[in-house]
Design a protein around this ligand. Structure first.
Ligand code: CMX
Length: 134
């Protein structure tokens, strides 16, 4: 696998509206989409900073991944997402190199993209998302 670029940086927040207002009013960025991803138990808000995308993540369920993350570690940078040509192939490639997968196969994420996660215990503490059009 070879990531093409950083697709986005995921940031866990306790209150999406308050965090969104900071990015808009203090940093002067424009939120171009708010989307609930039921499968991931999050509500998200997206910003572009030049060519870099930021994804704010508010949990919709304390038992969801972001709810548990905030409970344990507090708000902050949650994951980094790399764009790959083919998520399924990239997951298989990572697994063949000994990386523990969270997702054995791609699932649907925000913005209609296919996504799959690598476990942070295998990736030097950084929850890593692979995402792409397929
Ligand atoms: N970054 C780094 N480490 C993390 C982490 C994160 N985001 N989330 C959890 N961890 C750590 C925990 O602190 C814990 O470490 P310790 O054992 O040292 O305490 C370890 O990973 C395992 O945690 P756990 O409590 O056993 O497992 P959880 O039930 O908290 O699940 C994880 C952790 C990563 C497997 C789970 O959050 C997951 O499946 N994530 C993938 C899906 C996801 O994050 N979706 C939200 C974003 C969706 C989107 O982008 O749209």
């Amino acid at each position: 696998m070879k990531p093409n670029y950083i697709e986005h940086i995921g940031i866990a927040v306790t209150n999406l509206d308050e965090a969104k207002a900071y990015y808009e009013k203090v940093l002067g960025l424009e939120c171009y989409a708010v989307e609930e991803v039921a499968d991931q138990k999050v509500r998200t808000a997206f910003f572009m900073v030049g060519q870099t995308k930021l994804e704010l993540l508010e949990s919709t369920d304390p038992e969801g991944p972001v709810g548990k993350f905030i409970e344990k570690r507090g708000a902050g940078v949650h994951h980094i997402a790399f764009a790959v040509d083919d998520v399924n192939t990239a997951l298989k490639d990572a697994e063949s190199k000994g990386v523990a997968l969270i997702d054995k196969a791609p699932r649907k994420g925000a913005e209609g993209l296919s996504i799959g996660f690598l476990h942070p215990k295998s990736t030097f503490g950084v929850l890593t998302e692979l995402c792409g059009k397929k």
